[in-house]
Unconditional design. Structure first.
Lengths: 309, 309
DNA sequence: CTTTGTGCTTCAAAATTTGCAGCGCCATTT
DNA sequence: AAATGGCGCTGCAAATTTTGAAGCACAAAG
């Protein structure tokens, strides 16, 4: 798209932090890029970059502009997607940022299901904690975000929000595995593995622990659920995870127990988009499918709950 | 703005209905314009105009695109306005579509008040009936619309809505001028002047008359309030207008009487903008001022009511 | 049948953009 | 203090793109 080239270049410069670096990324000469920036600033009527030793940075005017540019680039993509859909091609691309817990089971299944009906649609999936996911939306780098406990809801439209309890994860022969109803303080009595503070589940655990005399003393802090899952089989420790990230029936060596709401607050799994954006056809449909799937999750949990008794 | 030139040209062609006409408007050759359109369609991936004998017209894809284009052009204006405001220039432009009744007193006073504080801001005021005002918003030709009884609220954000009774307007020596409380059926017993159907006040009168045995039999149907105002002094007829369009104390030869809500429904004077748009600094501030002024109107009306007894 | 107006095409001229090389600047390193 | 390396910026000529003038084929109107 020729007429958007200058805008793309400005975006590239703002990301690279230097005209020369951006020029290399975009496969043109730094002098050409430099003059395009200068030319744009002239017709725009104000500088958008402040020059400093070692590169450039957006000035306040540039910050205002870059938001417009990213919106325009994304919106043009949306229009093209709608037009493609209009002509029956059913092509498109969906970019989604989501929490780690969504990655192993939920998202692959959802994408496979969607692609079974729309094979022309491709996906980008970004693992992002709750802050980073919101940054992605703001920068128009993801169309959707599906995260636990989003921090600043101000700039976003919430498409759906469902609650999920926190589950304790342990080896099948762990002493606690015998108990049907588990309290958080039981878990903290054993070695435990928790995620770092930026992760939603840790946020909830911190809230819970704040009201207790007992303190959290993790033997390991890890942002990889895979690590946690294997570690609890090594040391007979306890880990924590949301059920959407668990294969409840699939793992014979592990046991999962929901922690009550009065113990640890439920996590809010929230599907959101940038406020006011009109998503591409593919993204909007995929969001709908996600919403439907999430809405049917509670039944699933009830069933799991019964089975675990 | 160079990189928007192609988009502006497409907009011009869609409005002119012909490439050659648009070329003349935009001061370039038709061949150059033609090739820009062709070039754009190629990189866009689909035709956006359908060619027919005697000109071109947007196809469905083009309709989708033109909406994006107009949004983009308007948004770029907004960004520039914000940047100008950032650098302290306090310049800007406000474009507003409003009903005829707003034109004589309310809008001039409001604009003068605003410009007294922000002399760098200029205005475009378009007289539009309720349908046309909405069209203006959709086409991004007005930033704001202030109209009575808007028809399709779906695509717009309502910033404020206030009620105004319908007033009967007559000469001071009209027989009805002696009565303090007037009924609609009294008015219809005398010759009366009403606006055409597309005007909000007529819409309300039609609703009122639908519930009556008496019929409306206007001696004149005119969309000019000036016409009505002078005509009622010629034939001793009765006219109708909203109080915001009346200079209640200023005209010695005319008398105004509010019609009760049970007689004729109150008109909804609504300030709106295109859904989801971020207005320029000047437009947003002017909208705030309008909203404040409209909110203080009811007191004004009460005062008028007392005085007219 | 002629006239008028349309979108589109050809080709050379005009305008713009690009790449190369180099300048001056500044913070860091030597 | 000097050297270095990275940076934004600038002449200048080449490359590329855009433009204008003229004309073609076509369809509707007179």
């Amino acid at each position: 798209m020729r007429h958007l080239q200058t805008l793309k270049l400005i975006d590239a410069v703002s990301k690279a932090g230097s005209i020369r670096k951006a020029a290399e990324d975009m496969n043109i000469t730094s002098s050409a890029l430099n003059r395009r920036i200068l030319g744009f600033e002239e017709e725009f009527g104000a500088p958008i970059f402040e020059r400093l030793h070692g590169g450039v940075r957006l000035n306040p005017a540039g910050e205002l502009l870059i938001q417009h540019i990213r919106g325009q680039l994304a919106d043009m993509d949306r229009v093209r997607s709608q037009v493609a859909d209009l002509s029956g091609l059913r092509r498109g691309h969906v970019s989604i940022a989501c929490s780690q817990a969504i990655q192993p089971y939920f998202m692959p299944a959802q994408i496979a299901a969607y692609r079974a009906e729309h094979p022309g649609v491709s996906f980008s999936v970004h693992v992002r904690d709750r802050d980073a996911a919101e940054e992605d939306l703001r920068a128009f780098e993801s169309d959707l975000a599906l995260v636990f406990e989003p921090a600043h809801l101000g700039d976003f439209d919430v498409l759906l929000s469902v609650e999920q309890p926190v589950y304790a994860v342990m080896a099948r022969d762990h002493p606690l595995a015998a108990k049907e109803r588990l309290r958080l303080r039981d878990c903290l009595g054993y070695p435990h593995v928790v995620p770092p503070k930026r992760i939603g589940i840790r946020y909830l655990l911190d809230i819970a622990v704040a009201n207790m005399s007992q303190k959290m003393e993790p033997v390991a802090e890890a942002d990889s659920f895979e690590f946690m899952r294997h570690y609890v089989q090594q040391e007979r420790a306890v880990g924590f995870q949301f059920p959407i990230g668990l294969n409840i029936y699939g793992d014979e060596r592990l046991v999962f127990r929901a922690l009550g709401k009065e113990d640890v607050p439920y996590g809010n799994l929230t599907l959101m988009q940038m406020r006011g954006r009109t998503l591409s056809v593919a993204s909007a449909r995929f969001a709908n499918q996600l919403a439907a799937a999430l809405n049917s999750l509670p039944n699933e949990l009830v069933r799991i709950g019964r089975q675990s008794r």
